[in-house]
Structures are given as C-alpha cells and as structure tokens.
Design a protein around this ligand. Structure first.
Ligand SMILES: [Zn+2]
Length: 227
C-alpha cells in the first residue's frame, strides 16, 4: 500500500475534529473521504457517535474502489455508497465531505436551495436540493449523483455541492482542504441568509445581494459603490 496514504488518513482525522469543533457537523453523523490513487480513505461508521470525531489516523479506513475494506479500525459507513458513487462520477474528484451543518439543515428541512448571497460562494453558485431518498439507501447515492450531474465530470469550476432533503450537505472537490472549505462556506452562507431575513422582511434582499455581486463580476459599477 502506498506510503502516501498515511498522511491522508491523519489529515482526515484532523479535519474530522475541526468539522465537529466548528459545528459543521454533529455527533449523529457526517463522513469525510479522500481518493489516493486506487484507494479511498474514509472515516468509519459512528465517527461521531462512538468517537465524538476524535479519531486516530489508524481508525480511518482504507477501501478499494469496489468498496472492500483493506485497512483501518471499525466498520464501513453506510454512506460510503454515496462517496463511491461520486468518485465514479467525477474523474477529478479527490475528496468528499458529508456533514450535518446546522444552518444548512434548515434548508434541508424546508427543501429550498442556498442562494449565493456572499462573494466567496459565487464560483460555486446556488446549492440545490437533491431528490429525497432515505439515509443509507442506494437510492440516496443515485439522487446525490443526479443532483450533481449538472457539474459534468470535471467539478467545474472547482467543487460541487448539494443538500439532501431532511438530512444534510454533500460536497465533492479536488482535494480535502477544498471540500472542507466549501462545506464551511455553504454553512456560513446558509446562516447569512437566515439572519439576513431577520434584518428585513423584504425577501427581495436575496435577489438584490446576488445582483450586486453579479454586476461586480461583469465589470459594472455596483450601485453601492456610487454612494
Ligand atoms: Zn448523514
């Protein structure tokens, strides 16, 4: 087995701790994986419930591309089906983060996309809602893959994300750090939309915020800069 795998397992354990400490997931669930050549390194089942995300690198599983466990302590998460499906779909996918981020969960419960009202999610665009499927089902993998199909197989521009109804967030990216970063950006954007809606009862603020950012990208002077 490649010597490159050891640091990736350690990095996944570190990012799991960070995911939990930064309230980007909860004790109930979430999972992180990365592709290293012909192997997938992935957090084990009950990383939250049994270990409170305080994983040792040796607990991070090493899986073959067909899903067989080759190394690591603990059982394979039932959400590995989704991760494997995404690695099959995206040729350039290097990492997947699934998390139960609390503000994104509000959008998951209501079933509405997270609009890109902040500049730092403009490249990602709106985070849509996959079709519902029960947690751990094979259909969930299909529905997440379907929701992300619009991104093609190259993760254009750099990552892809979707919300699963009543469940949580899936992000696929070129590498672990980007997947983690995008998960956090989506969560903070979700919180911004929720809190922004407390500042004004005018729902049009969401479209207005996106229009200002779009105008800026197009090289036009946003109205705000004229003040
Ligand atoms: Zn989950």
């Amino acid at each position: 087995m490649s010597v490159e795998i050891a640091p990736v397992r350690a990095r996944i354990a570190d990012l799991g701790r960070l995911l939990y400490q930064r309230h980007l997931t909860d004790t109930a669930g979430g999972n992180i994986s990365a592709r290293v050549g012909d192997y997938i390194c992935m957090t084990p089942m009950y990383a939250g419930g049994h270990s409170h995300w305080n994983l040792r690198a040796e607990q991070v599983l090493v899986l073959a591309l067909d899903g067989r466990r080759l190394d690591g302590e603990g059982e394979i998460s039932r959400e590995a089906l989704v991760h494997m499906r995404l690695y099959g779909q995206f040729a350039t996918a290097g990492a997947v983060v699934h998390c139960h981020a609390p503000n994104a969960l509000v959008f998951a419960a209501v079933g509405v996309p997270v609009p890109p009202v902040l500049e730092y999610v403009q490249r990602l665009g709106p985070v849509g809602i996959a079709r519902y499927a029960p947690t751990h089902s094979a259909l969930l993998a299909e529905n997440v893959a379907e929701a992300l199909a619009a991104f093609g197989n190259q993760l254009a521009p750099y990552a892809a994300a979707t919300i699963v109804p009543g469940h949580g967030l899936f992000v696929v990216a070129h590498d672990l750090d980007t997947a983690f970063d995008v998960a956090e950006r989506v969560e903070i954007t979700a919180r911004t939309v929720l809190l922004g809606s407390l500042l004004t009862s005018e729902r049009a603020w969401i479209e207005g915020a996106q229009a200002v950012l779009a105008a800026g990208r197009a090289g036009e002077a946003p109205e705000a800069s004229e003040a």
